[in-house]
Each structure stands twice: as C-alpha cells, then as structure tokens.
Ligand binder design. Structure first.
Ligand code: FES
Length: 109
C-alpha cells in the first residue's frame, strides 16, 4: 500500500442481536491509509460524521471530501473544514489472511 494513497475496502465481521449471530456479514466500508513508507496502516469509517454521507478521496488535493455539505478531512481523518463537528471515526482493523478480507476490531461502522 503506497503512502498517501488511501484504499477503500469492504469491512466484514460478525453481527448479532437477541436471536441471531451471523459470523460473516458486510458491515460497511473503511478507508485504509498509510502516511509513511512501512508505517502503520490507519483505518477509519467512510461515513461522514456530519450527517452520514459517504466520504470520497480527492487524489489531486490529497484529502477526503464529503460531497453532501463540503466537509473535508486530512489523511489522518482530522476535520479540515466543517460542518462536520469532528474527525472521521477511527477504527481498528486487521487483515484476516485466511479469509482475505479486512475486519474491523471494533463496532464503529
Ligand atoms: S454529511 Fe458530510 S458534510 Fe454533511
């Protein structure tokens, strides 16, 4: 994964309610970002913290934009411009090698 080139992936994990537990369901999507060569990969939600639209990445400006009300976020998910009231929700994620998919470690999606 190249530094500064975020990757959007589908997050898969378990979901349960009072009657049912499903081990492998699509929970949403994550942005994976590496900011320095061989550095850690950070993951955060693709859902805008303002009103929930999907966040896109602008390659030329190297920032994330929300198309709904023009909030912008840097590569660490920090809010650069509102109306979003806070940063993108960080999410611990790991690559499940056998299943070849990203799985969130917390339920932030
Ligand atoms: S939903 Fe993203 S700025 Fe409003």
């Amino acid at each position: 994964m190249k530094p500064g080139k975020p990757l959007r992936v589908t997050a898969v994990g378990a979901r349960e309610d009072a009657w049912l537990r499903l081990d492998k369901v699509t929970l949403g999507s994550l942005w994976l970002v590496r900011t320095v060569e061989d550095g850690p990969i950070k993951a955060f939600s693709t859902v805008c913290p303002h009103l929930g639209c999907g966040i896109d990445f602008d390659d030329k400006a190297s920032k994330f934009n929300c198309p709904c009300h023009a909030s912008a976020f840097d590569l660490d998910g920090r809010c650069l411009m509102g109306p979003a009231p806070r940063a993108c929700a960080a999410c611990a994620a790991h690559w499940a090698l056998a299943a070849r998919e990203w799985r969130p470690c917390e339920r932030l999606l």
